[in-house]
Write a protein that binds this ligand. Sequence first.
Ligand code: FMN
Length: 317
Amino acid sequence: MNLNTTIAGINLQTPLVMASGTFGFGEDFARFDDFDDSAVGAISLKGTTLEPRLGNPPPRIAETPAGVLNAIGLQNPGVDAVVRHVLPRLEAGGLTTPLFANIAGETVEEYAEVARRFSTAPNIAALEVNISCPNVRHGGLAFGADPAEAARVVRAVRQATDLPVITKLSPNTGRLVEVAEACVDAGSDALSLINTLVGMVIDLRSRRPLLGNQTGGLSGPAIRPVAVAQVFRVYAALGHRLPIIGMGGVSDADGAFEIILAGGAAVGVGTALFFNHRAPREIADGLERHLADAGLSRLSDAVGAAHRQSRIGGGGP
Ligand SMILES: Cc1cc2nc3c(=O)[nH]c(=O)nc-3n(C[C@H](O)[C@H](O)[C@H](O)COP(=O)(O)O)c2cc1C
C-alpha cells in the first residue's frame, strides 16, 4: 500500500507529521526502543524564536476530560543554538526524516530573521510559520487572526528563504478562510491547521485559574471534530491551490482517515504521542486498512474525498 504523500515538493514516506511542540527536537523519542521511525513522514520541530525563551510561569500543563491544556509559551533555546548544536547532532545521528523548522516571533522582522538563519542549515526541509500560538503576549495569534497581518509575516518569510513555506493557522478566529487565502496569496506553499483552542481550567482549591498564564491551548481528542471541520472548510476554499497538513486530536487511524477525507494531504499527530508513543505505527497500519477497505491503492486518492461525497456544503446545524 502506498502511503507516500507530497507536501510543497517534499516527499514523505507516510502522511504522519509529528506536531510541533510534542516531539521536541526529534531526540526525545529515540529513548523508546520500540518507537518506529518508518511510520513517521516528517517531524515539525519545537517552535523556535530569535532569542532563547524560558516560556511561561508554571503550572504550564493541565489535564482535561478529553485533552490537554498547555501554556508553555514557546520555551526554546533560540535559533542559533538549534542551528549550531541541535541540527548537526540530528544529522550526525543519521536522521533522514524531513524536518520542518517551526518558527515564531514577536515582530515580522523577527520571523524573517529566524527564517533566514534556519535556511543556512543543510537538514531543514521546510519552514512552518507559526502565526497561531495562543500562549504568548506578543506575536502568535496577533498575526494569525488577521488576514493582512498574517500576509505580512508570510511575505517577509517568503522573501527571506528559498525553502518551502508552510503556514500554521489558528482555529481561534472567525476569519480562518480569509486568513488562509491571504497566506496563500502571500506565497505560502502549504498550510497546516489547527493549532490549539484557547481554554481555561479553574483550580477548585484556590478558586483561581490553574495555569500560570491563566489561559492555555486545548489539544487532544476533544478538538478532533473542530479540526476536521476546519480542514474541510479550508480545503473547500483552497484545496485546489496547495496541500494541507491537517491536525488536531488525531490519536488513531480513524481520526487520521477523517482528516484525510476532509482534505489533509498529511496528518499531524501531537498530544497522542504523550500517552501512546506507538501511535504513529498504529495509525500508519490502520490507514493501510482503511485504504484497502475503500478499494484505493494510493493515499492521494482519498485526500478530500469527503467533498466529492458530501451532501451538505459547510455551515452548521
Ligand atoms: C505541549 C504542546 C506544545 C506545543 N507547541 C507548539 C509550537 O511550539 N508550535 C506550534 O506551531 N504548535 C505547537 N503546539 C500545537 C501542536 O503542534 C498541534 O497543532 C496541536 O496540539 C493540535 O494537535 P494535537 O491535538 O494532535 O496535539 C503545541 C501543542 C502542545 C500540546
